[in-house]
Design a protein. Structure first.
Length: 159
């Protein structure tokens, strides 16, 4: 049985409050509350966030912590499992992205580092005139993305 109650969670002041079995409630100076599971992996302390107290109740946090503890007991690392799942989701999202979408996003990401606005306009103009008509609607993972050879991907701006 945990040490925390719903009332203690509701009235918690800034600090860290342990519930037992590695489950902690962290309360920031702003009053924001979040659930964290602390555990040891290869002699190192690890922490995995279980969610905001506003979204995850004490009961749900205990269930999540128990589930993660089961993974740990099987020799798995819940933090690594989460990272792998996020990477898989990002890869799936990238597969659904077209070259046009990727190029627009890439330019938007790099634009703050360029010296003037003209660079972005030049890039977009060049892509719209030459690349988009040929490969703009191809999915990024498409093996024939570059019909002139390679097909291994693209970097805009020379990274």
């Amino acid at each position: 049985m945990g040490k925390l109650t719903a009332l203690k969670v509701k009235n918690a002041k800034p600090g860290k409050y342990g519930d037992g079995n590695g489950l902690w409630l962290y309360v920031d100076k702003t009053g924001a509350k979040r659930w964290v599971l602390r555990y040891m992996r290869n002699r190192r302390a690890r922490e995995i966030g279980l969610g905001s107290e506003a979204v995850v109740s004490l009961t749900d946090a205990r269930k999540e912590a128990f589930s993660a503890k089961l993974q740990i007991s099987k020799g798995e690392d819940p933090l690594e499992i989460r990272k792998q799942e996020e990477a898989r989701k990002q890869a799936e999202a990238a597969k659904a992205m077209t070259f046009r979408q990727a190029a627009v996003e890439c330019i938007a990401d790099r634009q703050p580092g360029w010296r003037n606005e003209k660079h972005a306009a030049q890039w977009m103009s060049t892509l719209e005139h030459y690349a988009f008509p040929v490969i703009g609607d191809n999915r990024v993972h498409h093996p024939d993305l570059c019909p002139y050879g390679g097909g291994t991907g693209c970097t805009l701006g020379g990274d």
